[in-house]
Design a protein around this ligand. Structure first.
Ligand code: CP3
Length: 349
């Protein structure tokens, strides 16, 4: 199916939106975190000589890159091509995305004075997001577009560490040692995140996903104390918007109840927790996941068996959106992704 098909149908009637809402579907919908990116040769060709954050500021590039996996794989939803650091770049915080490393922050946050650099985001700051979402919604027809943003904890971790981290030492030191500064920082980040999501929703996104990728680094107690209130503020700020909201983190087996309760309709689950076990813990919510991204490197029979297992386990939830347990790895064979879409559709209808 190409994006132009089904122009008369609405995204609201799509399998993806219906599964998010826990309504009956004709097949289990599937999309992949990081589907718009480096696993695709057509993506790499387009990005030649263009820095990541420059690409994220060009409506033509955003639109094309967002559509590439929809055309190639026939996924049931598009994810907006951008990055969790785009809003901070847009307010001139001094962020870069270094190939092979990830986000790097020129002057990390160390004290109260840094808070002034975190002004709120205005729609004009990200005019290219509005333009690209509008173009995409027109192109995608009945295929829903997922908008997204980074949750306060995950974004704060880059701001405080200055780049990626395995231990989050500086982040946790600030959180434990200077809770007032931590809360003030996360309040600002929640406001920026909310503004960024609102821009995407106003321009026509059909659903949103809040990525708290690194929240799994915290104990359940610390998550409740230091993180949940700020993520909850983001969802509360969207309570007037009737579109599905997804919340995702990696390594969150011990946090699923808490993550579910901050306000999402759909809880993203990584590959460590079977979906039936997850479903029993997230209340009246749908689940999204949870194929281990490395299974895409395994023989076809293994992939098929894993897809079938996950579809069976997903039946325990009120709704299931098939996805990976985390993002597509850059060296994934794109054909394995296309095959996964076929398998999900075939075995669920
Ligand atoms: O999912 C999609 O296809 C949409 C686009 C998307 C990107 N980043 C594009 C990107 C999304 C949803 C993100 C979210 C994001 N960015 C998260 C949360 C999701 C997750 O994976 O946990 C995080 C933690 C970031 C921060 C970030 N940006 C990292 C860790 C990296 C990878 C660093 C590396 O090179 O290994 C980036 C860069 C980035 N974001 C790329 C893409 C396609 C690769 C840059 C490139 O192509 O040059």
């Amino acid at each position: 199916m190409t994006p132009a098909d089904g122009r008369n149908a609405a995204p609201a009637d799509s399998a993806f939106i219906r599964a998010c809402r826990g309504l009956p579907v004709e097949h289990t919908p599937v999309w992949f975190m990081r589907q718009a990116g480096r696993s695709l040769p057509e993506y790499r060709a387009l990005r030649q000589g263009v820095a990541m954050l420059d690409a994220c500021a060009r409506p033509d590039m955003i639109t094309e890159i967002t559509l590439q996996p929809v055309r190639r794989h026939g996924v049931d939803a598009a994810i907006f091509f951008s990055d969790i650091m785009v809003p901070l770049h847009a307010i001139d915080l001094g962020v870069e995305i270094v190939p092979g490393t990830g986000p790097v922050v020129e002057k990390p946050v160390t004290g109260e004075a840094d808070l002034d650099r975190l002004r709120d985001l205005a729609p004009e700051d990200v005019w290219y997001v509005t333009e690209a979402v509008r173009m995409l919604v027109a192109e995608l027809g009945s295929t829903p577009l997922i908008g997204f943003a980074g949750a306060p904890f995950t974004v704060a971790s880059y701001l405080i560490e200055g780049g990626p981290s395995r231990t989050y030492t500086k982040t946790k030191a600030l959180m434990y040692g200077r809770p007032e500064l931590w809360n003030a920082l996360c309040e600002r980040l929640a406001a920026i995140t909310l503004s960024f999501l609102r821009v995407q929703i106003a321009a026509g996104a059909s659903a949103i996903q809040l990525f708290d990728s690194w929240a799994g680094a915290l104990s359940a107690r610390d998550y409740e104390r230091f993180v949940a209130p700020h993520s909850r503020a983001v969802f509360a700020g969207l309570s007037d918007v009737d579109i599905p909201k997804i919340h995702f983190g990696v390594g969150t087996s011990h946090l699923l109840e808490s993550i579910a309760e901050v306000g999402a309709d759909v809880v993203g689950v990584d590959w460590r927790t079977p979906l039936d076990a997850a479903a029993a813990r997230v209340g009246d919510r749908s689940v999204q996941g949870n194929l281990d991204p490395t299974v895409l490197f395994a023989p076809g029979e293994v992939l098929e068996a894993e897809v079938r297992r996950i579809l069976t386990e997903g039946k325990a939830a009120r709704g299931h959106v098939f996805n990976l347990g985390h993002g597509v790895m850059p060296d994934t064979d794109p054909d394995a992704l296309t095959r996964t879409v076929e398998l999900v559709h075939e075995h669920s209808s």
